[in-house]
Design a protein around this ligand. Structure first.
Ligand code: NDP
Ligand code: ZN
Length: 351
């Protein structure tokens, strides 16, 4: 099969690989629509998870089932499905402990474009199909469906981790596609004031549509100073992080009220340590909690989030700014994601 891969650090290209083999619990899909992720960029151009050779990229896509294993009950060839970015081993001890995303070891549920070949291929292998695939509802187009494997579950996870609740104030650092879903998640969980941090005008426009009450830019001075000034020195109840780097935690802690929490979904692609400012952390006693997590995947999560689109709670199609037709355009889409032009939020490739 033909596939688009990380050839090595800083290098991508087309390769041929053997077709994947379908085990008794598994499925093989062909791609219907695909999207590249900023995480693919961290992986290739920052070497964030180490050097990889001929690893097929991509973990966001809608597919059509072409083959199922003998023990698969709920899916059949012809079904159009959401292929989640995270496909855990549901029988693992980590899954039984409630952390399926870490099945088989830390981040082990993240298989596509990390532990095994990703979805930018003519044939895609899905482990434990009954537990990891979800039917794409007919009300959702395949291109909008591409926001379900990763953008929605990741963004929403930030406010789940930070436990945003009614009337709270929330700062969302980063309003790319992940941050926009953080922001919408916070609004849906009942936040009152929601301050987005970013500079691309197209992202600012969509952030306002999703319910941002204020927008600031990290280019206009330290964000902690700006947010403390806007809140009369009090800070915010929750901070969601979907942009910046290892140095973003210090201002995030400073702008947080005592008792507040940070939900980080940013993939820290470089830097060895995250520094916690001692005084702003209440000299160790400020009750300021830091959570960081990979999005939960699997079928139920996909079905629930898809139902939120069907019932009008969120419209992730607002984030799709670039559309391509044809598998060969994967290359253009991932390069866009790397270059991040000012008019980009998210590209999708219809196969
Ligand atoms: P984008 O690059 O599109 O967005 C990043 C955002 O952060 C932009 O709004 C950008 O502003 C802003 N930003 C950049 N630098 C700073 C800074 N120094 N301080 C504050 N804000 C800053 O990325 P995505 O939305 O696609 O992805 C966000 C992160 O989420 C990535 O690291 C990605 O790898 C990660 N991710 C994590 C997953 C998980 O499960 N935990 C899954 C998927 C992705 P500007 O408007 O100027 O561009
Ligand atoms: Zn991703």
């Amino acid at each position: 099969m033909k596939a688009y891969a990380m050839l090595g650090l800083n290098e991508t290209g087309w390769i041929h690989k053997d077709d994947p083999v379908c085990g008794p619990l598994d499925a093989i899909c062909r791609p219907v629509a695909l999207a590249p992720c900023t995480s693919d960029v961290h992986t290739v151009w920052e070497g964030a998870i180490g050097d990889r050779h001929n690893l097929v990229l991509g973990h966001e896509g809608v597919g059509e089932v072409v083959q199922v294993g003998g023990l698969v009950k709920d899916f059949a060839p012809g079904d159009v499905v959401i292929m989640p970015a995270i496909t855990p081993d549901w029988g693992s001890r980590e899954a039984q402990r409630g952390y399926s995303v870490h099945s088989g070891g830390m981040l082990g549920g993240w298989k596509f474009s990390n532990g095994k070949d990703g979805v930018f291929a003519e044939k895609i292998h899905i482990n434990e199909a009954d537990a990891n695939l979800a039917l794409l509802p007919k009300e959702i187009s395949p291109e909008t469906g591409c926001m379900l494997p990763d953008m929605m579950p990741t963004g929403f996870h930030a406010s789940e981790m930070a436990k945003v609740t009614f009337g709270e104030s929330v700062a969302v650092i980063g309003i790319g596609p992940v941050g926009l879903m953080c922001l919408r998640g916070a609004v849906l969980r009942g936040a009152s004031r929601v301050i987005g941090v970013g500079s691309r005008p197209i992202c600012v426009e969509v952030a306002r549509k999703y319910g941002a009450t204020d927008i600031i830019s990290y280019k206009d001075g330290p964000i902690d100073d700006q947010i403390l000034e806007m809140t009369e020195g009090e800070g915010v109840d929750r901070v969601l992080i979907a942009g910046g780097d290892v140095d973003t935690f210090a201002p995030a802690i400073r702008m947080l009220k005592p008792g507040g929490a940070i939900g980080n979904v940013n993939y820290l692609g470089s830097g060895d340590y995250v520094k916690i400012p001692r005084l702003d952390w209440g000299v160790g006693m400020g009750h300021k909690t830091i959570h960081g997590g990979l999005m939960p995947g699997g079928r139920l999560r996909m079905e629930r989030l898809a139902s939120m689109i069907v019932h009008g709670r969120v419209d992730p199609s607002l984030m799709i700014t670039h559309r391509f037709e044809g598998f060969e355009h994967i290359e253009d889409a991932i390069k866009l994601m790397k270059d991040k032009p000012r008019d980009l939020i998210k590209p999708v490739v219809f196969i």
